[in-house]
Write a protein that binds this ligand. Structure first.
Ligand code: UT7
Length: 323
């Protein structure tokens, strides 16, 4: 039987130039490098410059992904972000203009830290049903703009950045049918809103608000939800954990990464970790980690990669692909 799949043919990431260390933050709020490293695994994060917006980060990552794919255009651009340049139009339309792409569709997806997984799922479905032949899926955030810089419980956790992948339709049988995005699963539980949200919005306060999080309670849900959706996604593709070469998780906290790998029984040395130097970049964290591991040669063509994330909403999901 002939199948139509979305193949990941390029990836790229972009991080703002400015690196902020834990010691620098400790001069601003009552915290320490020791506390941050021990509780989160974070050592530094990148912070966008004044005048550097989410669309700029997204465009830079998209350019690298397109170059990596050897392509100049796509017919769908999906930007996953919780920190858009403006309330409207979609940041994706700014990226479209900056890339000089005419035509096709461009829109944003909002699922906070799970945004990239949601975006991949939407773009994959569009390609599978013939709505698009190629797509850029970008996760891009400037969370530094929605942090309460006096709240030590949240301001030390996040960073800015963007990551992107290019998808291209492939039709075929046998090997071709086994390459590309194999399965994805998405979840949301709106009852958990109060544990992680931004306390503003265009329809409520008229401002963007800042991140509010009950970290310990979010933590308790994370490992359970992530291990669950990983198992579910593998089952949907008819694969076992032993078939997975690399786990590319959302980078919120090293203890969540370790805990999820342990619960699943997955070898820790096959988990891509960037939280130490990126911190939590929300929707950008999975594509940034993927791009880093592809660029340094860890992830190779043919490898089976399992991406997963969880964030505000709650939302969570996973996506399985053969590169
Ligand atoms: O990406 C979206 C999903 N988000 C997540 O997955 C985040 C999940 N949560 C976490 O990663 C962790 O819960 C945190 C890193 C946010 C917090 O770690 P924790 O081990 O759960 O610490 P805690 O919130 O239970 O706080 C322990 C103590 C508290 O002091 P007391 O009450 O024990 O005296 C906090 O006030 O640590 C204190 N604390 C800090 N101390 C120094 C909180 N933040 C800081 C800080 N520096 N930055």
């Amino acid at each position: 039987m002939t199948v139509r799949r979305s193949v990941i043919v390029g990836s790229g990431g972009y991080l703002p130039e400015r690196v902020v260390t834990n010691d620098e933050l400790a001069r601003r709020v009552d915290t320490s490098d020791e506390w941050i490293v021990e509780r989160t695994g974070i050592r530094s994060r990148h912070i966008a410059a004044e005048g550097e917006f989410t669309s700029h980060l997204a465009t830079a990552a998209a350019r690298r992904a397109l170059q990596n794919a050897g392509m100049a255009t796509v017919d769908m651009i999906v930007v996953a972000t919780a920190t858009p340049d403006e309330t409207f139009p979609a940041t994706a339309t700014r990226v479209q203009k900056a890339l000089g792409i005419d035509g096709g569709a461009a829109f944003d997806v909002q699922a906070v830290c799970t945004g990239f997984i949601y975006g991949l799922s939407v773009a994959d479905n569009a390609i599978r049903c013939g709505e698009a032949d190629t797509a850029l899926v970008i996760g891009a955030e400037t969370f530094s703009r929605i942090l309460d810089w006096d709240d030590r419980a949240t301001c030390v956790l996040f960073g800015d950045g963007a990551g992107a992948v290019v998808l291209r339709a492939a039709e075929g049988v046998g090997t071709t049918a086994d390459t590309g995005i194999l399965a994805h699963k998405l979840h949301a539980d709106g009852r958990q809103h109060d544990l992680l949200y931004a306390d503003g919005g265009p329809s409520t306060t008229g401002t963007a608000g800042v991140v509010r999080m009950e970290g310990r309670k979010v933590f308790r849900h994370a490992v359970e939800n992530l291990a669950g959706v990983v198992t579910e996604t593998l089952a949907a593709a008819g694969l076992a954990l032993a078939d997975v070469d690399w786990l590319v998780p959302h980078q919120a906290n090293i203890r969540i990464l370790d805990g999820t790998a342990k619960k699943l029984g997955f070898p820790p040395d096959r988990v891509v970790i960037t939280v130490d130097h990126h911190a939590n970049t929300s929707a950008a964290s999975v594509p940034l980690a993927l791009a880093e591991a592809v660029a340094d040669g860890r992830i190779r063509p043919g490898d089976v990669v399992l991406m997963e994330a969880m964030g505000g909403g709650f939302t969570w999901g996973a996506c399985l692909a053969r590169m």
